[in-house]
Design a protein around this ligand. Structure first.
Ligand code: FES
Length: 313
């Protein structure tokens, strides 16, 4: 159902597209649907009794009528579509991490922070990857991809055989982890874990296009130095934009730079986040710890946007 809504320009908030976040709930008023059981933590028994379903997991088996979603996110509403392109570059950027650039057959409208689902060749499976480039570059998409042990897409394809010139098919854009330009003038705190840096790179670039003087604090957490990437990009950005501060943090290796977790590093640096907005992306534990840290620094919960990366095998 979610796919049908978004392809036809009917906006329904969505995030994981995997039945785990609960963002895409709608209430079926008339008609019949099929869906797998949803965990209570995502869809309560009371909601199920009222006909609420996760639209990303639900297939209509008749014409259906739904209540429009109650939650308005204010995110731009780009129509979901199939996308085709060709691999323009595959570059190793860190241990077990590559940057992949796809040159698109047709430009794609999206918002910084969103993702597409790449079709894994020879299977019916897809895997989500966030765009690391801003929407002002609509003819190409940049992805940061980390190898997952046993991963169908990474070990079976991307790290095995993907090469320049290969055709790629995708579907997107998905998600409402979106840069909000209306908040221009508010300082940004970006907390990333691993390749969760990708959508934050797109958000930082979009924010600086709106306001080159924007105050942006970028914390990138990885375990060891060989997992760090895009260091030159961020150092270059902070030398050309006086408002940008870039702080890489290692959690499992001593070095001359910062150590520990990104939320703790942010708390050491910023006595108050009252006039800031935040975007967090990375493993669930990092995101949850980061949200707690931001609240302790008095950031308004409505200004905290998050995307959890859960590795798909
Ligand atoms: Fe996350 Fe549907 S449950 S988008």
């Amino acid at each position: 159902m979610l796919d049908a809504f978004l392809r036809n320009g009917v906006w329904v908030p969505n995030s994981c597209n995997q039945g785990t976040c609960g963002t895409c709930k709608v209430r079926v008023v008339h008609g019949t649907v099929d869906h797998p059981p949803a965990p209570d933590s995502v869809l309560s028994i009371a909601e199920q009794e009222q006909g609420v379903v996760l639209s990303c997991q639900t297939t209509p088996t008749s014409d259906v009528v739904i209540d429009p979603p109650t939650e308005e996110t204010g995110s731009p509403r780009h129509v979901l579509r199939d996308i085709a392109g060709t691999v323009g570059a595959v570059t190793s950027i860190a241990a077990d991490t590559v940057s992949v650039t796809v040159l698109l057959d047709q430009p794609l409208e999206f918002t910084a922070g969103q993702y597409v689902e790449l079709a894994v060749p020879g299977t019916l499976e897809t895997r989500p990857y966030s765009m690391a480039n801003p929407p002002s570059e609509p003819d190409r998409l940049e992805f940061h991809i980390r190898r997952q042990p046993g991963g169908l897409a990474t070990e079976g394809w991307i790290f095995e055989s993907l090469d320049v010139g290969d055709p790629v098919t995708m579907c997107g854009p998905w998600g409402d982890f979106c840069y909000e330009p209306a908040e221009s003038g508010v300082g940004l705190v970006l907390l990333a874990g691993g390749t969760g840096l990708a959508p934050l790179k797109a958000i930082a670039r979009a924010a600086l296009q709106d306001d080159p003087e924007r105050e942006i604090h970028v914390y990138h957490g990885v375990r060891t130095r060989d997992e760090l990437y895009d260091v030159d990009f961020w150092e270059g950005l902070s030398s050309t934009h006086p408002g940008v501060r870039y702080i890489p943090c290692l959690s499992r290796e001593q070095w001359s730079g910062r150590t520990g977790y990104v939320g703790d590093a942010m708390m050491e640096d910023l006595p108050s986040c009252r006039n800031h907005a935040a975007y967090l992306c990375g493993p669930p534990a990092m995101v949850e710890a980061g949200v707690k840290a931001l609240k302790r620094r008095r950031m308004s919960p409505r200004r905290i946007r998050r995307e959890k990366y859960t590795p798909a095998v």
